[in-house]
Design a protein around this ligand. Sequence first.
Ligand SMILES: [Fe+2]
Length: 412
Amino acid sequence: MAVATPIPYELYSDAPGVLFNKPEWEAANAAHPTDFDFGSVPKGWPTELKGPQVWTGSYLNQNPDLFIRKITLAEIAEVDAAIQSWKQLDLPLSDLHRERFHLPNFGRVLEELAQNIYNGVGVQVLRGFPVQSYSKEDQIIAFIGINSWTGNERLNQGADRGLCHIKSISHIDPHNRGKIYVSAQDTNAQMYHSDAGGDVVSLMAVSLSGTGGASTVASSWQVYNHLAKHRPDILRILAERKFRWQANGIPHEGVNLIHHNGGKLFLNFSTRTFTGYGEIPDRDFRYPALTFEEREAFGGWQWVADQYSLETELQPGDIEWVNNLYLQHARRGFTEDVSQPRHLLRVWLRNSELSPTNLPLDIRRKFDAMFGQHPKFYPLDEIEEDAKRRATGVFTGSCKTEDAKERLAKSR
Ligand SMILES: [Fe+2]
């Protein structure tokens, strides 16, 4: 069953009437007189960030070696052997670590890719893994095993999940599934966001829909540099310690959304936390509505990010890594024939050797609140995963258990 063709991305908003689509942002920006004084960047912050983390999509497209690495036949053979050895151990996936997934030569390559993810451009694609020739179980083992070499810790994505399936359940009768809380479960576009947690988000494309669903990534350092020049007021707003929402590790007084520490920009936020999403649109009703200036700031951040974004043009078998501390990502909406769904696997990773030691306190506190327990649940598919969400009301690692209980009570 196909759904309606998605609207053009420029007209899309995660929360129409609150978060600006592109024409709304352009109109708000143009409403300022040409000689308007937007002031300067937050006090003590740089007017320009420098380093490999600053890039535009067009630059990376011209230099694909900076982010695309093709897997070789010999490396695939190493993965095959590692899958077989792992299966002989007969252990749960939570025990799958690099010591139990031996990749004699390929492991070193993956460690180099981790350097690029943490200290280089921050986005990396490994292309050419023949994912569709593996069983569902082996696809997951391969994905987890390869990732054990890029990040030694897999973080809890909520409801004890060490693995998440990005696959729509919106075609299922609502009586036979849980409520849709996150866009992992539907076919809508997404605005630019950080995932709730983890230094790194890794995805593997198991299969892709026929139409749309493109993944995009943007350098937030590039967005910063653009706004520092043209709209520094937006940076000042996002750097104010006043943004509040209900989530693990978010203090009552709020947090700033962008942070400058040790010459680096860090961020970990999603504007959806201020608006709710999907079939639960009221997540933050306890807090005041966003002001026009905050909405304009979010609009500027979103559409400048899109202007400089990279479309990673994922293919089945691709494994993609996105640094979740200085890049943000989004996706285009898509239509799908449910017999050929868009299906990605996702883990949240930390590499304890490469993880920044100077993470801003707000982000560290949030991660500490989310990642105390190592996850044990590795659902085989989105149905098994949905059953767990339905039982717990927890949709992501940042979801507070007490709110989940409230939500569950309301949805019954
Ligand atoms: Fe995401």
